[in-house]
Write a protein that binds this ligand. Structure first.
Ligand code: AMP
Length: 113
């Protein structure tokens, strides 16, 4: 995949982000256009385009991402939260670097709008 995405630029330090968490595998930062009181994006450092481009070798990285998303969500939104991975055009994905949206701070409702 191309690493010339906005998230690739954030990972390379070419543009800033409002960082929430970072380790060797992932980076989490506040979404620039939040749709909920808490709206954090969690991205892998490894360039993977989307959940639709996952291979068996990504299982450990994905598990780590979900583990940390769960920890962060619980920490930031103790009353509950939602984790979303928009995937592909019909899924509403606009940045072609795998990312999890961690959303909370209000009742999220269902179905999502
Ligand atoms: P998606 O539509 O699922 O691909 O999500 C992409 C998200 O990235 C959107 O919620 C955008 O608001 C967010 N976004 C785009 N550029 C930035 C940026 N520079 N910093 C933080 N979030 C961003």
């Amino acid at each position: 995949m191309s690493t010339d995405t906005i998230f690739g630029k954030i990972l390379r330090g070419e543009i800033p982000c409002n960082k929430v968490y970072e380790d060797d595998v992932c980076l989490a930062f506040h979404d620039v256009a939040p749709v909920a009181p808490v709206h954090v994006l969690m991205i892998p450092k490894e360039p993977v385009q989307s959940l639709g481009h996952i291979a068996a070798g990504h299982a450990t990285m994905l598990g780590h991402l979900l583990h940390k998303a769960g920890e962060l969500g619980q920490q930031l939104c103790p009353d509950g939260f939602r984790v979303v991975a928009n995937t592909g055009e019909d899924g509403g994905q606009t940045v072609n670097h795998l990312h999890l949206h961690i959303l909370g701070g209000r009742h999220m409702g269902w179905p999502p709008g």
